[in-house]
Ligand binder design. Sequence first.
Ligand SMILES: Cc1cc2nc3c(=O)[nH]c(=O)nc-3n(C[C@H](O)[C@H](O)[C@H](O)COP(=O)(O)O)c2cc1C
Length: 385
Amino acid sequence: MCISSATIYIVANHKTWLHLEETVFSLPFDTYPLLKPFIFTLDPEFAHNLALNCLKNRLIPPPRMRIDPCLKSAFCGLTLNHPIGMAAGFDKQAEIINELFELGFSSIEVGGVTPHPQPGNPKPRMWRIAKAEALINRFNFNSIGFEKFLRHMEVWYDETPHEKRGTVGVNISRGDNCPDDAQAYIDGLKKFAPFVSFVTINVSCPNEACSRELEEKDKLKALLDRLKEAHETLIKKPLLLVKISADQTEQQSQTIAEVVLESGIDGMIVSNTSAMRPASLDSPHAKEAGGLSGKPIFDLSTKLLGTMYQLTGGKVPLIGCGGVSTGEDAYKKIREGASLVQLLTSMVFRGPFVVKHITEELAALLKRDGYESVTAAVGANYKKA
Ligand SMILES: Cc1cc2nc3c(=O)[nH]c(=O)nc-3n(C[C@H](O)[C@H](O)[C@H](O)COP(=O)(O)O)c2cc1C
């Protein structure tokens, strides 16, 4: 171990906890089960911020990973070495992109970011339901706003060599008191397009403070048409994705599918959190208003994913999100039509080795069923043998 004035370097087999000449200390085993009981005594939002700070300061050694070639995935022309990405909401300020890549995620969605800085709802605004491996949050888009977020993106972009920038997307949410929603999304699209592979338009929010009228047919059509128009004018064109809520009636699903097909949007993320409270959610916190995420929304969001895959005839690339915490969960999303998978809540319950565990489990499942790649298994539940 050597000590410098600024940092403690722990040297093991020529590797360190910090990036030193391309080497990163990595752990061969998962220590999170030992730490979790202590972490879960902390307030969930405090624990989240602590995790961000530890990651930022590279105090969480990443897992040692080997990605099986069968996990190779494709999404609208992007090629990824596996399909597991980080969902929006974990790195809301675009501060730990490379650190999340080191944990093994193959894509990172940063944000959601709103046009102007806004504090979000008063605290407490996030609850852990440990028995159900679920979270309820009603942050209501606490955001640093476009300008500061852009500066973070610029710093990341400048400091990261081209070949290491990976697949990064930005999630844009409309802010409070936004007179023209479409313009807010267009401004964000134009600002962040040079730095990212995809831009997600979040038209879903289960919190009572923001309504979901953007998911109504005419409004959604008008919004997506204006966005497509703005997108056409860009020199560097990131993929344009739309993210929907987990709570859709059959009619709403039909409408969204029609509009997305008509507008030529590149893809869809299915889904955001849910306002539902399954009866199995046995906790006093279940009564808190906000979006439910984690295991209890897996079935709901996966069913919606399959519905969207069928309604769009498999023509719109889908990212499956909601309640993924194992390789089997990811595999089910893929078979229901997801080309990529995202997670957030299982990072809290399974820890920084979650991607390692999921990718290993997923590779075994694909091989068991004779798939040579993730792509071959996409939508398998709806394809003839
Ligand atoms: C604390 C928290 C913050 C979130 N913030 C955002 C956000 O800003 N924008 C967004 O589109 N989704 C946001 N989400 C939703 C997640 O991206 C994801 O769609 C949802 O949590 C379901 O996935 P999961 O069950 O793996 O967590 C947030 C979720 C959580 C738990």
